[in-house]
Design a protein around this ligand. Structure first.
Ligand code: G3P
Length: 216
């Protein structure tokens, strides 16, 4: 039994090193858009992160199963902390089944429905990533999808972990934990907001002022 794992949703190694020091970071999720934003070599980035956290998602870019399997074989040899990220397509399902047989850890990305979640889990995904912010963006309740997936999971013995992705604000993280999601991935700017509360700042200021009075 563990408390919900927290991942950083980034391809910025410095940000991972910074948050890893807090003692709360369980992993990192990268994707091609995040890697492109940083402009650094993909393999080097993944390896640097693998030295900092125990789980780093590295996404395949092939769209056919043969190509995805080849990339999965390659990435999984880079480091034991790599989880191969595979998109939720039929070709992706074939790749998940292949990886499961070979003992390669996987994360299925771009999940937007309970049925996609079920298929990915049955194909052998280690992790599934429902994108809640992108559902919110089109006027659907992304967190409702997490509630539905967790309810379905509660009836069965899936080993597949549910990772809440595409989070946009601190409330998403609190809600994900209350639904019992296994993992939540959080962008750097949102992560920075998690430790903050104005009453904490105000309370600490008062403690220090009062202490100053007695200690001179
Ligand atoms: O890991 C990828 C996922 O979290 C995407 O987030 O903000 O691009 O929808 P976003």
């Amino acid at each position: 039994m563990y408390l919900m794992k927290l991942f950083l949703d980034t391809a910025n190694v410095e940000h991972v090193a910074e948050v890893a020091e807090w003692g709360v970071l369980d992993g990192v999720t990268t994707n091609p858009s995040l890697v492109a934003k940083e402009g650094r070599d993909f393999k080097e980035t993944v390896l640097a992160m693998c030295d900092l956290v125990p789980c780093v998602s590295a996404q395949v870019t092939a769209t056919d199963a043969e190509g995805m399997k080849k990339q999965a074989d390659e990435y999984s040899k880079w480091h034991k902390h790599v989880a191969v990220k595979v998109p939720m397509t039929v070709e992706g399902l074939k790749t998940l089944a292949y990886c499961k047989k070979k003992g390669i850890k996987t994360n299925t990305t771009l999940i937007f429905s309970v049925n996609q979640a079920i298929l990915a889990a049955k194909a052998g995904a280690s992790i599934i990533s429902p994108f809640i912010g992108r559902l919110d963006d089109i006027g659907q309740d992304g967190m409702e999808l997490i509630a539905e997936i967790m309810l379905a999971w509660s009836h069965y013995g899936f080993d597949t972990e549910v990772l809440v992705a595409s989070t946009r604000h601190p409330r998403h993280i609190a809600d994900a934990a209350q639904l019992g999601a296994h993992i939540c991935t959080v962008p750097y700017d949102v992560f920075q907001k998690l430790p903050l509360h104005t009453l904490t700042d105000k309370g600490l200021k008062k403690f220090l002022e009062d202490w100053e009075k007695v200690s001179g």
